[in-house]
Design a protein around this ligand. Structure first.
Ligand code: ZN
Length: 356
């Protein structure tokens, strides 16, 4: 339990993104257009995320400017935000040495942004998962030296699902070092057979994160790592709805171990509230438990109108959750997933309340 003083009205947002504006231009340096670069426009009103010469996305200043971000949080009543890399900068496809260099830039910038925020932001860093030994050493540096609160990881690594044997040393190290992992959907295009942005956004992303959930619950990762803390983006996607059938297969095939049960493993997973429908919230409560749900906004990419906590308030007003559960989802649950950082009393450097 940490000391972050969330009042009942404070909201902690656990799913929001940043991108540093000062990354090295690895696309030019390596003649490889896949390295993303953020270029703020001259007037500071927006920025362009580029991959080589092609525009990936236009972003608002809140994506890289801590002051602009906090002003937006104030507008929607978010007291504290846990920020993680925009998923396009998870470069698992790259050469491990260059990926490590890129990750170090990102994590250094993130630690600086957290310090600048006066206790309003906590940071989840990134590591080159394509090389577990580099990933473990950068994970260690990120939490021990930089004071970051945990890591964001993607849903697959160069074709390896998250329960792949090669990734197990990383998860065991995260378990041992007490580093929480926010797992973000990354590949909506490959998770369905139908191409197109709408299907990738609406079905692909939710399938992608559900595959990650299945790897943790049915693929053995949570069994092998008894204290590992994992939070799934987008409410875990379609996993909450598919769980019963996945579980049935284990029973039919006789492959399911009896203890802990898959139901119990589900209740170790955290999920965010980014599901856009309070009836879906009902299913999250049923499958994961109200104590495992945290606020997610996808700020600054999705609109904050309605505010990200509105779905929780709606679920409460419709009797899906109690007043106590509403408060826990808005601000309390997140502290069991991740150690939030607060501004130090005498300087503006972050104080890690419970160092790992
Ligand atoms: Zn996101």
């Amino acid at each position: 339990v940490n000391e972050f003083a969330a009042s009942a009205d404070d909201v902690v947002d656990a799913h929001a993104h940043f991108m540093p504006p000062d990354l090295p231009d690895l696309a030019s340096l390596n003649a490889d257009h896949r390295w993303p670069l953020l270029i703020p426009d001259a007037d500071g009103s927006s920025g362009r995320v580029m991959r080589g010469d092609s525009l990936f996305r236009v972003v608002r200043p809140a994506c890289w400017d801590v002051g602009a971000r906090i002003a937006e949080l104030d507008q929607v009543g978010i007291g504290h935000q846990v920020i993680s890399p925009i998923p396009v900068i998870l470069t698992y496809w790259a050469d491990p040495d260059r990926a490590l260099e890129y990750c170090r830039h990102i994590n250094d910038w993130l630690a600086h942004a957290v310090r600048q925020s006066g206790g309003r932001l906590s940071g989840l860093g990134t590591v080159p998962l394509q090389d577990t030994s580099r990933a473990i050493s950068e994970m260690t540096r990120a939490v021990r030296e930089l004071g970051l609160s945990g890591l964001e990881i993607g849903t697959e690594v160069n074709g390896m699902e998250l329960d792949h044997d090669e990734l197990r040393p990383f998860f065991r190290a995260a378990d041992r070092l007490d580093v929480p992992l926010f797992v973000h959907a990354t590949d909506g295009n490959c998770a369905t057979r139908v191409a197109g942005e709408q299907v990738a956004f609406g079905l692909g992303m939710l399938t992608d994160i559900a595959l990650a959930a299945a790897a943790f619950v049915f693929g053995g990762v949570l069994r092998e790592c008894p204290n590992l803390r994992v939070c799934l983006s987008h409410g875990g996607g379609s996993f909450a709805w598919c769980f019963s059938r996945l579980n049935l297969f284990g029973k039919i095939s006789g492959a399911a171990p009896s203890s802990p049960t898959p139901e119990e493993l589900c209740r170790r997973l955290f999920v965010d509230s980014l599901v856009f429908d309070s009836d879906h919230m009902r299913q999250l409560v049923h499958r994961f438990g109200a104590g495992q749900i945290v606020i997610g906004s996808d700020h600054p990419f999705l609109s904050t109108d309605p505010a990200p906590q509105a779905i929780v308030d709606d679920a409460w007003s419709r009797g899906i959750i109690t007043a106590e559960e509403r408060t826990a989802i808005r601000s309390g649950n997140v502290s069991r997933f991740v150690t939030l950082q607060t501004a130090g009393p005498t300087d503006e450097s972050p104080r890690v309340v419970n160092p790992p």
